[in-house]
Design a protein around this ligand. Sequence first.
Ligand SMILES: [Zn+2]
Length: 409
Amino acid sequence: MKDPVCNPLNRVSALPRRTFLKGVLAGTGMLAAGGPLSAAESLVSDSTATKPAFRGPNVILVRFGGGARRRETIDPQSTYSPFLCRELAKRGTFFNNMEIAQIEGLNTSHGEGTLNIVTGKYDKYKDIENKFLGARFEPKVPTVFEYLRKSFAVPPHQTLIVNGEDRPDEEFYTFSNHFAYGINYRSNMLSLYRFKAWLMRRQIAEGKLTDKQIEQRKKELAKWEKVDYRTRGEDRQGQELEAFWQRWREYYGDSGFVNPRGDRLLTELTVRAIKELRPRLLMVNYQDCDYVHWGNMSHYTRAVSIMDEGLRQIVQTVEADAEFRDNTVFVVLPDCGRDSNPFADVPCQHHFGSRSAHEIFALFVGPGVKRGAVVDKRVDQSQVAATIGQLMGFKAECAEQRVLEEAIA
Ligand SMILES: [Zn+2]
């Protein structure tokens, strides 16, 4: 790789971590003004030049995830996702032989797969605290959200990741640690976590709680802020997202028990987000297939059906929307597959590097994409980011550069 932006060996000296954080926070106005600008700050601050408006197409990226094998999804003989397999696949370009590359030390799992998709680059991720099965990863190269926001005038609330309540580690995939991108170009996160953090702050401000309740909420918030150390917990989501949570609260109340749960919650958040926030790039991270880790196969197959129903609802929402209908591309693919060993005590794991854990698929549907095409040749999960870039009009400069040409009309 000769490109100085993406090759760490060619880069100007690496910035010490603290300088980097100070720089990015200053760039977003999160820190009170203080001291002269350092070199680090000028490196990371966004250009003031007017960026072009984004005209589309929007992309809705559906992580058909929590690990889903081909057998229960795209095989017409054994599918639990009939909408994807029998209806939506016909409307676009369907890659039935996509794989996650076999690379020593590369894990086939949810966080890794998600970052392979959004960065277009494989990496041997390690949890930042070395937790066993921890997935608090920080991508070194930019995500598709950052590329889009650096190329076009797209506000953060129109680049969204919809995340599940059991995936706190994945709350932090909104931006990379790349020196030329990062927090200034981050996406926003829609999740029950963010709602709860917003709600706690609101409740404290409203002054209707007892002292004991306030103390308990402050403690929870402090815990949250410590986890979100890259922004020191200062990353408020902005007025559009706050208004979104306000409407959510008016509808579902404060308890967190009335709203749908699991992957149905993700569908609900996504449908509302399309109507209320008008996202340009949205990723919905379905996850419930993964409950098969508890040992029960029906948890998995049922989750595939629920996800398929969610996909159908999201597609219907877009089709009912005059502005989105002909200006939105769907990209559907799993984070990883699952094992096929029939003798395993617990079926369908995915951490053991088995063949079917690497075997996935991808479907592209929408304007600029060929209709009714089936591509049998082997392609890579890391090619999705550059392909999204090609469709949306940005260059994913640090990603695998081989675009999935067959998808482009
Ligand atoms: Zn898993």
